[in-house]
Design a binder for this molecule. Sequence first.
Ligand SMILES: Cc1cc2nc3c(=O)[nH]c(=O)nc-3n(C[C@H](O)[C@H](O)[C@H](O)COP(=O)(O)OP(=O)(O)OC[C@H]3O[C@@H](n4cnc5c(N)ncnc54)[C@H](O)[C@@H]3O)c2cc1C
Length: 399
Amino acid sequence: MSNDRLIIIGSGLAGYNLAKELRRLQSKRPIDIFTLDDGSFYSKPMLSNALAKQKTPGDLPMQTAAQFALQFNVTIHPHTPIKHIDTTQKTAYTQKHAFEYQDLVFAVGAKARSLDQVCSEVKAPTFTVNCLSDYVLFRQHLDKLQAQKAVKVLLVGGGLIGCEFANDLAQAGAKVSVVDIQNRCMANQLPPVLSHTLQQALESLGVEFHWSTALHQVIEQHKAEQTYITATTKTGHTLGPVDLVLCAIGLEPHITLAKECGLVVTRGIKVDQTLQGSQDHIYALGDCACVNGLMYQFVLPLMACVRALAKTLNGSTTPVSYPPMPIVVKTPICPLVITPPAPNVNGGHWEYEKPKQEDQSIDQKALFKDASGTLQGFALMGRYTIEKNQLIKQLPPLL
Ligand SMILES: Cc1cc2nc3c(=O)[nH]c(=O)nc-3n(C[C@H](O)[C@H](O)[C@H](O)COP(=O)(O)OP(=O)(O)OC[C@H]3O[C@@H](n4cnc5c(N)ncnc54)[C@H](O)[C@@H]3O)c2cc1C
């Protein structure tokens, strides 16, 4: 058995891009990739604008596991969870087999929080979308309903992903009601004025919002051969009836396996700037990793980690650095790009640029300045999104 095997747990953007990057640097080292799903290579961000792009779930994979394995000379183990890792013996175990490794990388991602974590009684089918197989199920249900009628969707969560789905579903003809415990769109990333502008833009597509609203009960009912779902809020109001419920209330990193094998975990798997965990030869990146105390769950930080870790695994220890990283929010009704301030920025405030006379209502610009007046983040809407590249240059690195 080869003793320089690299095991990557996870075939998402983190795991697969790491394998690709490593193959750019060297061709021979055995790489085994384990995954819970079928190992299709796809771009997860496409899940929240597939309707607008007129894509079916079947259009989304760019490569099958077999094609990826052949192109990059790796061994992929689809539908094969790693159950246990003995870090002393450097062996990973599936249900049936043991695999020795030289290095092991956790690229296990995160799981979507489900409605029953925030709602006392859920007696209805509800959906979350955090991987292609989730999306297949969601679209099967949606497409079936849409073939019969105009579909009413209750979308739980008005954050970034919730707003993207609200835009995508509403533009595809669904009647969307968003419910959120917070009091405005993307409350964790946007200043209030821009939240309000985004809300108005989504309302122009027919989206309704129920803010500061916690759900108590979600129940499926049957009447005259019709099935529908109603929700009751903690203050006793009834929402609905709707045809389906989509929940976008955040992610929880997969940390159980890492914890069980003795790694230090915080909110995610704790790694240093070289992506090394609390034990030698174990690394983590992507949605599951807490890098030097920073938890970023989007593509640009993950790709920065991929490039650094590939070099490290190729023999040249390389710490990751995070430049300022903008997020392009996929709400085409209201083009939006944000670079929130780093979590360690204490204090500060948003400054709004007064819209010019010729501006449309969605043309908005807000700059986040710290206590000393230094630019630490921004949010740009409408035609101001073109200022992204120029503003990025003025921001300090995140790591
Ligand atoms: C709808 C949606 C839209 C998004 N849009 C954007 C966007 O526009 N821009 C952006 O930057 N980011 C976006 N993101 C975030 C971005 O897609 C994620 O940060 C990124 O895809 C995470 O990749 P990952 O490889 O870390 O995790 P995942 O894609 O979750 O992959 C985890 C992998 O680990 C495997 N796994 C887990 N446990 C085990 C085990 N025990 N054994 C074997 N395998 C295991 C799983 O099968 C899976 O293959 C979006 C996310 C969502 C959900």
